[in-house]
Every structure is written in C-alpha cells, then in structure tokens.
Write a protein that binds this ligand. Sequence first.
Ligand code: UT7
Length: 327
Amino acid sequence: MPEKIVTNHDLTRLVETSDEWIRTRTGICRRHVVTGENLTSLCVEASKKALKASGISPLDLDMIIVATLTPDEPLPNASSAVQKELGAVNAFCFDLSAACSGFVYAMGCAAMYIKGGAARYVLVIGGEVLSKITNWADRSTCILFGDGAGAAVFGVSDEPGFLGMSMGTDGQRGYTLKMFEREMDNPFMTEEQRRAANMEEGPEGTLIPKSRYVSMDGSEVFKFAVKKVPESIHQVLEAQHMTVEDVDHFVLHQANYRIIESVAKRLKAPMDKFIITIDEYGNTSAASVPLALDELMASGKVKKGETIMISGFGGGLTWGSILMRMV
Ligand code: UT7
C-alpha cells in the first residue's frame, strides 16, 4: 500500500461530504493514495512479498500478468516493467484490462495456462493507481477509490487447488462505468469526425469534451453487482455439485460494504465468512481481491482442505467467480 493515508475527514476539505455519509453508504473509513509511489513500484513490492511467501525464485516464473486499468504507461506494459525490476527473465508478460474483475480474470488465465502445461509458475498481480483517474472535485466518486497492489504466485500442484470458475460480461451496459483516455486525432480526420470521436452530449444539449476521469452510475453498478455476483457463485458451485454451505470463505471485490452484505443475504451465507477490507483501503479495483486474499491468509483462518470463493465485478460490465481449495 502507498504510505499516505487519506481519511474521510480529509475529503471533507475537498468536497461537500461527511465521514458519516461515507461510512454508512459505503463502509469506507480511509484509503491509501500514492504520493511518491507509482503503479510499478506498488506491484513490485507486492510481488516480492508473494515470491517470498511462496518460496519461488523470480527465475522460476514462466508468466507475469498485471491486471490494471491504470498502468504507469501504455508502453512498455506494466508487467514488463515488473519483470525488469524482479529480474524474472524467463517469464513472458502481459497486462489484462477488466477493471475490478481484472485479478479474477487473470487468475483464470493463470489456471488455464498451468492446466494446459504452458506454464508452471505464474505471478498474478492486481494493482491500481486510481487516484490519477479520479476527479477529486466529484463527491460521488472521489470518496470511493484508493490505490494499492496485491500479488499471488500460482503453480502446479499434486492436489487440485483450482476447482472451477464462471465469468461473464455485459458490454451492452458498458458505459455504466466509463473513462476516456486520449483524443482521437490524425491529419486525415475532418473536424466533424474529430468532434464525433472526442465530444459527448453535456447538459441541455451542449457538446463537451469526453471526461478523462472515471465516472459511473453508482446505483446501476450496485444493482448489477448484487444480482450477478450471487448468480456466478451459484454457477460455479452447481458445476462442482457443491452448495453455498460448502464454501468456508468468501473473498469479494471490495466496492461497497452494503454490496457484500446484500450478496451474503442473497446467498444465505453468514457475514463472518466474508473478508472485509473496504474500511481500510476503499475500492482499489483490480487490487482489492488480492489485498483481501492477503488479509484472509494473514488471519490464519484458512485451514488445509477449506474452500475459498473469490468474486470480482465492475467495469465492462464484467464479473467472475473462482472456487479454490487450500492444498
Ligand atoms: O468497483 C465497481 C465500481 N463501483 C461500484 O461498485 C459502486 C457501486 N455503487 C455504490 O457503491 C453506491 O451507489 C454509491 C456509494 C456510489 C452511492 O450510494 P447511493 O446510496 O447509491 O447514493 P446515491 O448515488 O443514490 O446518492 C444519494 C444522495 C444524492 O443526493 P440526493 O439526490 O438524494 O439529494 C447524492 O447527491 O447522496 C448524495 N451524495 C453524497 N452526499 C454526501 C452522493 N455522494 C455523496 C457524498 N457525500 N460523497
């Protein structure tokens, strides 16, 4: 995590909000925000800890995936920058963009490469510097997000640790969460084409430049999450002939405490099976699942043979769940 901690109270100096509103509507108390760090440095730090915990040398890695929507630069990609810092010269590297589902999708990729025999050890990282795409004057979004990174090493094992997965995407509702990056511009475009590519409708029919900050329809995302996450969890369990009672721990993307509570209610699962980190970190998009997983592992609650259901959901709109067994 970045060193700098920003409390709800700190945000009341930027926008019209209150600690009480943020806590009751989201469960967030504080978040970390980069000041001296960047995406690569956060990912490298998390990766070193994951490698140490797994006893794997950087040279043993066959593949590195960084799930992020906020790389330091589009070129070189974040995973190549991480490879350079780790000296993981035997790994091939790519970034994966699936917003808050990114880490879960990257885990699915790692599992399939390992099952297919194309890789033995894969480093999967979820990292975000959302503070650089946050509009700090927009109270509907700036209170939600935080920066951070988490990493895990996945590898071949004699016993199956990966039990199953279910992924889905609804591109029709993609613009529920959006951000524009660079202008479309080349010497061959007409003014009209430039306008069509770079402007959007603003208030009262005006044309305004597309926003370079993340914006969203919060309540639509909320409704989508509480419907799709339980569905995908049930799909994974049904394929394994298992039920919700067979899951020992739930690690969900940390977007809002109330979303996690609603999912638990729909699944009829007790809240004490759900790991909560949103209070400390806010919504860190692709980093939230590995950060929560780390918290769960550090708690010492997970015993050999127990099952962990991991779910991500967010921009795209994307969602996905993976069921693991502790081996
Ligand atoms: O990671 C995936 C991406 N994002 C998400 O998963 C987010 C999912 N959505 C949410 O977590 C919630 O929808 C929010 C926390 C974003 C918003 O909570 P809500 O209960 O849906 O509130 P709302 O947007 O319906 O706003 C309620 C009121 C509005 O005022 P009026 O119109 O009722 O007078 C907002 O203007 O709260 C106002 N409001 C605020 N007030 C104080 C919105 N933001 C703030 C704020 N402080 N920061």
